[in-house]
Ligand binder design. Sequence first.
Ligand SMILES: [Zn+2]
Length: 67
Amino acid sequence: MAVVTERACENCAVVDDELVLVRRVYVTPEAWDREASYQVVDEVELWCISCLSQYPHELVDITSAEE
Ligand SMILES: [Zn+2]
């Protein structure tokens, strides 16, 4: 029986029940010619646990976002 409510990770497209709302973070490590940077994108994405462990991100607080 197909489940129509299946959702896929917006980063790797794997279908998973445990998806988490996050904002992607672009981290640039410090180098000799530049300072380290930490950029959080505005767009919210649904990520799977695997992506959470592999890529920098910030968790989205749903309760505060609804205020
Ligand atoms: Zn993923």
